[in-house]
Design a binder for this molecule. Structure first.
Ligand code: DGL
Length: 271
């Protein structure tokens, strides 16, 4: 295990599967020189429907895999895992561990003028109330309205980002939120940025969507600079991808999430 990380070490990212690639995309764009190791626990996804205990256990196993590869920092690119596992993951490592909840909550609290924020996510994330707690830590006056949007995960993976059914599902899930007079909505699941267009269309252009992954990448940059861990080399970082299962259509889905083809993916076993 690495207790004294150097700027040359890679950044470790993990997610329940492919959703975290939307976070990785922002990391690649904002930190192009960094070497990245991405782990998708595709054999055990989704995490969003599993119990807190199971998600914590799986997350610990993902982190142990990354620590063996001498990463200098760990990004939990999964809202569900971020919402329940951070304190446990911080206990087993000395390197910085960051989830997507705090950066998303901070950006939303900064954006809201009406002090009314909507949060959409998986069952696990919404039930944990992690976004509510983080927002209220920043400003107690802010009211948070949450909505589980379970089917969005399947829609994003299926590539149904702009059709009639997606429009209807968006309407069904988001209409109650729309009636709450909110001005900001957090995309509290790593799959949801893929559905930004229909979500925005349903909510209307006056509601600002916060992409937690994008906000997390900004925060990662700050942490690396502060800890003098930024890789300042002048060439493109090396990106390596590991999965615990190689699902059907992985290549196709991952391209949609990451915006580029993943040419080399290695299947590994955890524990
Ligand atoms: N990556 C998960 C999240 O952000 C969504 C997919 C899952 O349920 O595993 O919550």
């Amino acid at each position: 295990m690495l207790s004294n990380p150097s700027p040359k070490n890679p950044i470790g990212i993990f997610d329940s599967g492919i959703g975290g690639l939307t976070v990785a995309k922002s990391i690649f764009e904002q930190l192009p020189s960094e070497d990245i190791i991405y782990l998708g626990d595709t054999a055990r996804l989704p995490y969003g429907t599993k119990s807190r205990e199971t998600v914590i256990l799986y997350s610990i196993e993902c982190v142990k895999f990354l620590l063996k590869r001498k990463v200098k920092m760990i990004i939990i690119a999964c809202n569900t895992a971020s919402s329940v596992a951070i304190p446990f993951l911080k206990k087993i490592t000395k390197i910085p561990v960051i989830g997507v909840i705090e950066p998303g909550a901070t950006a939303a609290a900064k954006n809201t003028i009406k002090d009314r924020i909507g949060v959409i996510g998986t069952n696990g994330t919404i039930n944990s109330k992690a976004y509510d707690l983080n927002i209220q830590k920043i400003n107690k006056k802010i009211k948070v309205y949450s909505q589980v949007c379970s089917l969005f995960v399947q829609l994003a993976e299926e590539g149904w980002t702009d059709n009639k059914i997606t429009g209807l599902i968006c309407k069904e899930y988001l209409s109650p939120l729309k009636n709450k007079n909110i001005d900001t909505v957090i995309l509290g699941c790593t799959h949801y940025p893929v559905l930004k267009k229909p979500i925005q269309k349903t909510l209307g252009k006056n509601i600002k969507l916060i992409d937690s992954g994008f906000e997390t990448a900004k925060e990662v940059k700050n942490i690396l600079l502060k800890k003098k861990l930024s890789n300042t080399k002048n060439k493109k970082g090396n990106h390596r991808f590991f999965v615990t299962d190689y699902p059907n259509k992985f290549q196709e889905v991952s391209e949609r999430f990451l915006g580029q083809k993943i040419l080399d993916v290695k299947k590994i076993k955890l524990n």
